[in-house]
Design a binder for this molecule. Structure first.
Ligand code: KIV
Ligand code: ZN
Length: 518
């Protein structure tokens, strides 16, 4: 019988370690809901001891999403205070799991901890024993396992299993492993572990420093690993982690070879990938396996001819299997509520109330007026925008109570003498108007906005990308601004990229104001 491989998603922990990918509470909850729809077995929701914000979001995810069979975990170093923080943040989940990490390689033991091998092993054993007094399920990660001396690695595993660890995770922390060698390592560990205690789950966690994370993960599965740790779009430290969508689809495609399967609902892959890209502002490379824009696009005449004769000639994965669907109804401003509601529900709109739907429908009408034809990817991004404004209370109406800035109107003139911008903003009951010149239209626009708010921010990064296709595509502007030595990331979308630019800066400035209030 085909083996079931457990999938732990660590987009919210390892993935969130990517600079600029920090998500707020509402974004993390939205992603956790989507990971549940994707049917991952375990969500690693964060690193509880790292900040109060991370602790709160793990707690919220454990309460809101941690029901049913899904496990919720969070990371702890092998110290009591970290383990306590994990316990407090996940205890309300129905199936909580404490995840402890401690290095086993010489460089970690000697250089990072400045301890002896025995002392570090004892720290790990004590940590597991303590965690077991709090919860039945404990995962132990032997950090930098692929560069560790084998017998010491095994002795550590043996000791922590005897102390009560129920999952052993073998990380290739720095992406040093190669598939044949890593597969062999997992095979040897699996053999010894099954003899020691066949209830303990053997897991792997691979990094992509030389582009081998997917290959190493698959080699581990072939050699007996029961669980894999991945992220959506391969996000993660440095070059990232094994991409969930790649490992899962390779296993599905070659299920006879691996004689193993996951329970991932693959039809949710594309939606999850787009959500992660949209929330983090990190684009997916066009030729990315499984989820890139070109992953199912065939351009050469020979290929198109072959496909028309039989899709199997050049297609091994059906786009529908990962949720890439063809839009059969193209919406226009004349499409009624019924057609729009159908399209929105198909893309995951969760109905809240008639008022909520009407607000969304009005946004659709505005977009349809601007674009003439609205495709599924437009509806998708409309939903994203709507969900985030719903999650933060809608900066439109709640902005007044919270004293946040709102865009009323703007005019930007681009020329090579005096690029000029005039802007009108509202804050509570007050309105402000101001004009400024700049080195270019965006500089003029940003100077005018900054002058009104009086906030001294430094623009570190400004990026425009097209979020859908066609000449009236939705443009997404992502910015990074620095204020009081802290970096804030903000985004906005609109068919008018100048307006999206203004909204992105206003969102960033509002984030600074909100942080000061809280
Ligand atoms: O890469 C790593 O070693 C980790 C561990 C915490 C599993 O992320
Ligand atoms: Zn990692």
């Amino acid at each position: 019988m085909s083996r079931k491989i457990l999938v732990l998603d660590t987009t919210l922990r390892d993935g969130e370690q990517v600079p600029g990918a920090k998500l707020n509470l509402h974004e993390k909850i939205e992603l956790a809901h989507q990971l549940k729809a994707l049917n991952v077995d375990i969500i690693e929701a964060g690193f509880a001891a790292s900040s109060q914000g991370d602790f709160n979001s793990i707690k919220e995810i454990a309460s809101q999403i941690g029901n049913g069979s899904i496990m919720i975990t969070a990371l702890a170093r092998a110290v009591k205070s970290d383990i306590d923080a994990v316990y407090q943040s996940i205890k309300m989940a129905q199936n909580p799991l404490i995840h402890i990490v401690l290095g086993t390689s010489e460089v970690h033991v000697n250089k990072k901890f400045n301890k002896t091998m025995e002392e570090v092993m004892e720290m790990g054993v004590d940590a597991v024993k303590y965690a077991k007094t709090l919860m039945p399920y404990v995962q132990y990660s032997t950090e930098d396992a692929s560069r560790s001396e084998f017998e010491y690695l095994w002795k550590t595993i043996e000791a922590v299993v005897k102390a009560g660890a129920t999952m052993i995770n073998i990380p290739d922390t720095v992406g040093y492993a190669v598939p044949e060698e890593f597969g062999e390592l997992i095979g040897k560990l699996n053999y010894r572990l099954k003899n020691l205690n066949d209830k303990v789950i053997l897991s792997v966690h691979c990094h992509n420093d030389t582009g081998l994370a997917t290959a190493n993960t698959l080699a581990a599965i072939k050699n007996g690993a029961d669980k894999i740790e991945c992220t959506i779009n391969g996000l993660g430290e440095r070059a990232g982690n094994a991409a969930l969508e790649e490992v899962v689809m390779a296993m599905k495609l070659r299920s006879a070879y691996y004689d193993a399967h996951t329970d991932i609902n693959t039809k949710e892959i594309c939606r999850t990938s787009r959500l992660v890209s949209n929330l983090t502002g990190l684009d997916i490379q066009v030729n990315k396996a499984i989820t890139g824009d070109n992953a199912f696009a065939h351009s050469s005449g020979i290929h198109q001819d072959g496909l028309l004769k039989d899709r199997a000639v050049y297609e091994v994965i059906a786009p529908e299997d990962v949720g890439v669907e063809k839009m059969d109804i193209i919406l226009t401003a004349r499409s009624g509520r019924h057609a729009f509601r159908n399209a929105a529900e198909k893309l995951g709109y969760r109905y809240q109330s008639e008022t909520d739907f009407e607000a969304l429908f009005n946004q659709f009408l505005e977009l349809a007026d601007a674009k003439k034809e609205v495709y599924d990817y437009d509806v998708y991004y409309l939903l994203q925008r709507h969900n985030s404004s719903r999650a933060d209370g809608g900066h439109g109406s709640a902005g007044a109570e919270l004293d946040l800035y709102e865009l009323v109107s703007f005019q930007v003139i681009s020329n090579d003498i005096f690029p000029t911008a005039t802007i009108k903003l509202k804050k509570g009951k007050e309105t402000f108007k101001h004009s400024a010149v700049g080195d270019g239209p965006i500089d003029a626009l940003y100077t005018a906005i900054k002058d009104i708010t009086g906030l001294d921010v430094d623009l570190k990064e400004y990026k425009i990308s097209s979020m859908s296709r066609g000449k009236e595509a939705l443009g997404r502007v992502s910015i990074r601004i620095c204020h009081d030595e802290k970096i804030y990331t903000a985004r906005a979308m609109d068919t008018d990229v100048i307006k999206a630019s203004a909204l992105a800066l206003i969102n960033g400035l509002n984030a600074i104001i909100l942080e000061k209030v809280n």
